[in-house]
Write a protein that binds this ligand. Sequence first.
Ligand SMILES: Nc1ncnc2c1ncn2[C@@H]1O[C@H](COP(=O)(O)OP(=O)(O)OP(=O)(O)O)[C@@H](O)[C@H]1O
Ligand SMILES: [Mg+2]
Length: 317
Amino acid sequence: MLAVNGVFKTFNRGTVNEKTALHNVNLHLKEGDFVTLIGGNGAGKSTLLNCIAGLHEVDSGSILIDGKDVTKLPEHKRAGILGRVFQDPMEGTAANMWLEENMALAFRRGQRRTLKWGISGKERELYRTLLSRLELGLENRLNVKVGMLSGGQRQAVTLLMAILKRPKLLLLDEHTAALDPKTAAKVLALTEKFIGQEKLTTLMVIHNMRDAIRFGNRLIMMHEGRILLDIEGEAPSKSSPLRTCYSVSGRPAEPNLPMTASFCLEFFSRKTAGLFPSGGAGQKDDNQGKGKYCLPLPACAAMFHQSDCDKAAPAGG
Ligand SMILES: Nc1ncnc2c1ncn2[C@@H]1O[C@H](COP(=O)(O)OP(=O)(O)OP(=O)(O)O)[C@@H](O)[C@H]1O
Ligand SMILES: [Mg+2]
């Protein structure tokens, strides 16, 4: 569904501000993949999404969406096959337009422009039904200016607008980061619901390690423009080693585990210390020597907290 092949992107080349934001990034998403993407500030997450969306041209490499090479395609020509939600709730909707007009914009995206801009009763009914999926009562507020909605309401509407035409690929860039925790949780739950119902192929940048593990079927970690980790597997269930470790250690899942170099170092030192099985049943490390590891998610998650378990439940105890 998505193929990012050997993509490099450097900003301000040849100046003191030169910055290689993407360094030989290879990423392949299968249809229906729901991938969470984590990494520290400046890791290159947004740059990767922006390159996929066509906001930035890549220096080299190629990007294919649904088998079509879009590397040279301008942003507006990719818009029809992509859904996007950004971090800023102000970005995805038109504040000075009514809610029903925003819905109509999203609904008519990719259609031929006509002078007929009226919204029919039938359309209005459809928008009401769609908005009711948000469970925010917005179906009764079609004639409110979107600028009057709260950040969370706006982000929920943006999400709905992004999936309205069932995009080939949904790109979410920390779309809940600007919301208060309760609203963020609600928008994330909606996100999961929509992705599940519509079976959308999704790449979701998220800064919270716990959510990154909780959502999706695959987790990718970026650091300094490279993909360091690519963990594929089932989302951890209640009985997974991850949960077990948390409950054994009596410590909640770290809500904001810093995705820093030291975190990555810790990961790799544990791997080299033998805490990470290499090879063995169910293991996949198809990119050996390139700094990318594929481990089943529960196994990997357990490894992150192995030391906590050791402390709380000494061997033999
Ligand atoms: N338009 C730009 N011009 C110049 N440099 C840029 C531009 N966009 C990103 N960069 C640089 O590229 C690097 C990667 O930035 P990017 O925004 O992709 O990081 P990120 O992983 O999304 O970080 P954050 O978690 O802070 O959002 C950073 O060093 C950033 O300063
Ligand atoms: Mg970013």
